[in-house]
Write a protein that binds this ligand. Sequence first.
Ligand code: PLP
Length: 563
Amino acid sequence: MLDEFLQEPRVAYFSMEIALRSEIPTYAGGLGVLAGDTLRSAADLSLPLVGITLVSRAGYFRQELDAEGRQLEHPALWDPARWAAPLDAKVAVWIEDRAVWVGAWLYVIESDLGGRAPVILLDTDFAENAPADREITHYLYGDDDRYRLMQEMVLGLGGVRVLRALGFEISAYHMNEGHSALLGLELLQRFTYPASQLRSGESPYDVPRVRQLCRFTTHTPVEAGHDRFSYELVERLFRHGDSAGSSAVRFDLAELQQLAGREQLNMTQLALSLSDFVNGVAKRHAEVSARMYPGYQVRAITNGVHPYTWTAPSFRALYDRHVAGWAHEPELLIRARGIPDGEIHAAHLKAKQALIEHVRELTGVALSADAPIIGFARRMTAYKRPELLFTDPGRLEAIARQRPFQILLAGKAHPHDEEGKRLIALLHRQARALAGKVPAAYLPDYDLAQAQLLVSGSDIWLNTPLPPLEASGTSGMKAAFNGVPSISVLDGWWVEGCIENVTGWSIDGAGSLYDKLEHTVLPLFYGEPSGWGRVMKGTITTNAAYFNSHRMMRRYATEAYLR
Ligand SMILES: *Cc1c(COP(=O)(O)O)cnc(C)c1O
């Protein structure tokens, strides 16, 4: 079963979250969706990757909203046996003073173009393990620092060992964000200089050798966003009894501080120290990251989204008719310029009707297919500023009296993000207050399937992050595959993707958002259909053709993997 994937060396793609499919809730947001799109493109392009992540049996969480818009979190249990095959390798990772056994499942991504990509799901839920250790791989981003560090030990240390035990030959290790940076420590243990060659005080570790093997993609443009752990905690978890044997990772504190920071173990710092290729996920983000880490070269590989996954069925059929081969080579979408406007509008209407139906089932709110839908859905957290649209509800209503529009909102807040939860409740109230004037709804339990409906069925995709905090953002790219233009703050990918009036519109705050809606966007929508059709095609020919994960993976392959 695994043999077909062991025939050639592979790039090991490590990610704390990977969005494999809607039924497998092992992702929290953009990072996991990107990881899924990365591996889906690898399968399409027959690139030799192997994904590796935690099985997260209790998922992230299922979101329910009560009548006041308070977020209730329920475990999102899933059964790995239903979707993945158990593998027989089991390795020990030494944590505190005990061995934690780590096993693995194989999930296979099957490309619609015929390729296949393996994903290894790490699991500690075995009878051999203490009850608490069985839950290390249960909750995605769960609980406290100790739990998080144990998870990252299982991912980084356990992941490298499991790949080896399974017989994978790994040509490079790619860390998708810093959570997996402990893999570098595991590799350092493997590559040491013999004691006889060392002068006293010299490091036994062959750091250059490990750097040659590692690649690191950073996703966080603020220092505070990086995972860090106190060395007191690190020493406690890495401590081992004398009988620990070879499975323990022994590390000299001074050595570790050199690689990962003096005060605390900073996972980003560790990943930077141990990678010879580092990139940010958009041009602007790479610049911000380079300023944050003087002395490191931070390249830019702008994110993309998976073409087939993020294209609505009606647009897939349309592209199949007019742009044969688009799903393998989305650059061809530049040819969508020749598709008759009427067919574009008809494909969009189908996607919009599917969304309207979903909204009606979920919330009872009846939306109209005639008025434009403004969509806003993403992780709910302060820097995304979801409240910006409601800065002046009076103005919003006045604009809607002239030219009606509708609003759809969705997204989860991390269970510990009180501000994010407050924002959800606020949006929920705002949507209610607009009833009868501006149809609006907050959809519960945002996931891959709902995202597909929203990015294709909305007419205008809104994004309002506080610069420079949006490293890339990807939902606007998904919208582009469905001819849906963005109205967005210039940050992340939109710095590269916005051509005013061609692919959408730029804004810098609530004032310009209202102005553009009132004077540019809504008049264009209600004006000549050919005007709106021109912008729809602009998003497809200019942005879908470029901001896709095939282009992104061709760049990782040539610039990062084949070094
Ligand atoms: C695409 C996606 C995201 C990320 O959206 P951004 O615009 O990058 O914030 C988050 N959650 C889900 C379910 C998605 O599909």
